[in-house]
Design a protein around this ligand. Structure first.
Ligand code: NAP
Length: 346
């Protein structure tokens, strides 16, 4: 253990998001993974036996030999990154926070608790202050849904500069978003499934909290109408979304491109280790963005945007792409932890 680094544990370490945490944290300058935890079926096994490693980089030796622990709040690391299944995340995360741990979670369970911040570090870093009003000895911070994050990164500069009245979004979401092993191959190969349980409601409500205003100890939700339709497609990583927006003030295509290209925020100012230099990358080529080609731009931490044009129904329409297990999960969570460290939470 490197004494200069902050020890962290991964809850749900064997899953698809858990693996991405390990891959992203192996050489992290501030955090060191010292404990891995998962369900009772994995606990007691070597990590290499408990998981089916599906990352494209080899499983680091250091993790392969670790013994997986139970998700009980008796771990030595006081910071836990959670990639737990939502069926169990709520109670486990509360138990950890009550026992003095800081939990930064990818699961949906606590996202709408009044005192739990739902954070995209470039969008609403000020909402972190909600932690101070939590009843826990430690605290819980949540990362939004994977398809919400890419969308809200694109919406933030539009809302700040022109005001947003309404959004319509149709998603084409990667199979890795369903966890491992996910959908049976016979269901998804050669197919599009026009339903992802709970996803449309998340996309229609989470942006309102994230783009809301901190008002003493609560968030006043943004007043934007959002309609979402979510589809699962045969792509491994990277959610693509076709978006239409209605704005409160008139603007032009050139102005919108300019505010996207110039968008920078606190993570860039602080030069946080996982922050993309450009949170939004705009492509002029009509055929982009494509998941196979652009998902790893800025190490998977940017939202790629293209095809901005006028819309006869709304004001403008465009296409976005973001990596669901990096920016949409593990990478987004690590960036939140970096922001918390920079702001003195630990
Ligand atoms: P996953 O591959 O199914 O992994 C789930 C993890 O939860 C595994 O480590 C599993 O451990 C653990 N787990 C299951 N039951 C448990 C129990 N009773 N006690 C303790 N641990 C238990 O799911 P995932 O895709 O990584 O997603 C993890 C979370 O992140 C979910 O809440 C998901 O909604 C959210 N999320 C996922 C994505 C994405 O793109 N995949 C993006 C954003 C957010 P075992 O292996 O031991 O069963």
């Amino acid at each position: 253990m490197n004494k200069q680094k902050i020890p962290v544990a991964i809850l749900g370490a064997t899953g698809s998001v858990g693996q991405r945490f390990l891959e992203m944290l192996i050489n992290h300058p501030w955090f060191e993974v010292v404990e891995l935890a998962a369900s009772d079926k994995s606990a007691g096994k070597k990590y290499s036996e408990a998981t089916n490693w599906i990352m494209q980089t080899p499983l680091p030796e250091k993790y392969a030999n670790m013994i997986v622990k139970k998700c009980e709040p008796n771990l030595s690391a006081k910071i836990a990154f959670s990639g737990l299944d939502a069926s169990v995340a709520g109670e486990i995360e509360s138990a950890f926070a009550s026992s003095g741990y800081y939990v930064i979670s990818n699961a949906r369970n606590h996202r709408f608790d009044d005192d739990v911040p739902l954070i995209i570090p470039e969008v609403n870093p000020d909402h972190l202050q909600l932690i101070r009003s939590q009843k826990y000895k430690g605290g819980i911070v949540t990362n939004p849904n994977c398809s919400t994050i890419g969308l809200v990164l694109a919406l933030k500069p539009l809302n700040d500069n022109f005001g947003i009245e309404a959004v319509n979004v149709v998603t084409m979401q990667a199979v890795s978003g369903a966890g491992y092993p996910g959908l049976p191959s016979l269901d998804i190969i050669d197919n599009v499934i026009p339903y992802i349980s709970g996803e449309e409601k998340k996309m229609e409500t989470e942006p309102l909290k994230i783009l809301g205003k901190l008002n003493s100890n609560k968030i006043d939700f943004a007043d934007i109408k959002i309609s979402a339709q979510c589809n699962r497609v045969a792509v491994i990583d990277g959610h693509t979304e076709c978006v239409q927006v209605k704005l409160k003030t008139k603007t032009t295509i050139e102005e919108i491109k300019k505010v996207w290209k110039e968008f920078r925020s606190i993570p860039q100012e602080l030069d946080l280790p996982t922050a993309p230099k450009n949170p939004i990358v705009y492509f002029e080529e009509e055929k982009y963005p494509q998941p196979k080609i652009q998902r790893n731009i800025e190490k998977g931490m940017a939202t790629s945007i293209g095809r901005l044009r006028e819309c006869p129904l709304f004001d403008f329409k465009f296409v976005i792409l973001s990596h669901n297990t990096i920016r949409g999960a593990a990478g987004g969570t690590i960036l939140i932890a970096e922001l918390m460290k920079s702001e003195g939470y630990f």
